[in-house]
Write a protein that binds this ligand. Structure first.
Ligand code: TRH
Length: 380
């Protein structure tokens, strides 16, 4: 039987909230016979994630994209019937009238609070716990995570097969890079740099520009554009142009659709990623990476970072582990690089093997969308 799903997404900042919800909505519709509505309160952000594929959505009407009905979640809420499953992403508060509609429904609605991703130990204990509601509605916490006792990670069917085929196909890679006007020198290490502002960025770029290996760094337009320009000594930049300083070439590229961004991660030798969704996609890319974790008050994020590093580095030798830890911790503490320029955004065979092994170990777990569907089936 088809089930109906409503996903509510409040964009706090940046792209992660909309990025996660949009990805989940598409997967539910494509793989689980679900009727999905996505309610998003920031159309501009949403359009940047899918605009180049679909031309953008309108605020006034429902927009059908990839089998999902995307709606603008307006402050003036117009009552609608509630769905079988309701996902309140990242604790965004549902419209009160919608909660009333859920309570009035003949068939009970399953209400899930989809939480932020964390590798901390307590996550498994809290995943699936009920959150008691005065009006009799059934609400539960759903925690994504890295172990089989959590809600898993978003991963579409065939994602890894597609990725591995693409990485083996030199022509496909070259065609993709040429479509986004990227032409790295044959011996250059290709890096994507998607991160938050970092007062240490200039010192990292200087170290990389002095490395033996040539680096071609792609910078999607966004939060670090200004810092990178300052390091280059530019007042403004031209998209697509390569700015060479020492052994590094920096190139600003347009913000891509999610589909293309995946391919970019697959093409690069090393990816700097941030937040939640790009962080997960970099793991599916099977390439070495550096995570710029979303900074939180009182350095709470450093605990999360350590929890992930612990898991991620478990199979590394003591030396490799030390380099990885130093690299990630110094970046996230905005410190000048603690290792040589060649090691900062380092690909290398060992690092690639480790990234692929990590990806393969995660692949054994069920993905987040199928675990959500399973949760609903068990609950009904
Ligand atoms: O943008 P982020 O920093 O998002 C967030 C938000 O800050 C959010 O509030 C916070 O809760 C969360 O992080 C943890 O990083 P993230 O999560 O990686 O989201 C970026 C999205 O943008 C992701 O879906 C990938 C996508 N993207 C593209 O589609 N094209 C691009 O060119 C790039 C660089 C990213």
């Amino acid at each position: 039987m088809r089930t109906s799903w409503d996903i509510f997404c409040h964009v706090v900042d940046n792209y992660g909230d909309a990025g996660v919800c949009w990805r989940l909505a598409r997967q539910l519709a494509a793989e689980f016979d679900a009727d999905v509505r996505l309610w998003v309160d920031d159309i501009e952000t949403f359009n940047r994630l899918c605009a180049s594929d679909h031309g953008g959505i309108s605020q006034t009407a429902a927009n059908e994209i990839d089998g999902v009905l995307v709606h603008y979640w307006s402050a003036q809420w117009q009552p609608v019937a509630s769905a079988d499953v309701v996902i309140e992403a990242f604790g965004c508060a549902l419209p009160p009238a919608y909660i009333t509609a859920m309570a009035a429904r003949n068939v009970q609605t399953l209400w899930l609070n989809l939480e932020y991703l964390s590798a901390e130990d307590w996550v498994a204990g809290c995943h699936g716990l009920p959150s008691l509601q005065a009006n009799g509605l059934q609400k539960y916490f759903f925690f994504p995570g890295f172990s089989p006792t959590t809600g898993g990670l978003l991963r579409e069917a065939r994602l890894l097969q597609t990725r591995r085929e693409f990485q083996r196909d030199g022509v496909a890679k070259a065609q993709f890079l040429s479509r986004i006007a990227v032409q790295p020198a044959p011996d250059a290490s290709l890096v994507s740099l998607f991160c938050y502002e970092n007062s240490a960025l200039a010192s990292w770029l200087t170290a990389i520009s002095e490395a033996e290996r040539q680096h071609h760094i792609l910078v999607p337009e966004g939060r670090v554009t200004k810092e990178v320009c300052a390091w280059l000594g530019l007042d403004s930049y031209t998209l697509g142009e390569c700015y060479v300083r020492g052994r590094v070439c920096l190139q600003f590229i347009p913000f891509l659709s999610q589909h293309d961004y995946d391919r970019l991660l697959w093409c690069c030798d090393f990816n700097v990623v941030r937040g939640e969704d790009s962080f997960v996609r970099a793991q599916w890319a099977g390439r070495p990476m550096l995570w710029h974790i979303y900074p939180q008050q009182e350095d709470a994020h450093l605990v999360k970072l350590a929890a992930f590093l612990n898991l991620y580095s478990a199979d590394l030798s003591a030396d490799e582990k030390a380099v990885l830890m130093r690299r990630w911790q110094s970046w996230n503490s905005a410190e000048a690089p603690a290792v040589a320029g060649d090691q900062l955004f380092a690909g290398g065979l060992g690092a690639v093997r480790h990234a692929e092994q990590w990806c393969t170990s995660l692949e054994k777990q069920n993905n987040l969308a199928e675990l959500l569907v399973q949760f609903y089936r068990n609950w009904v």
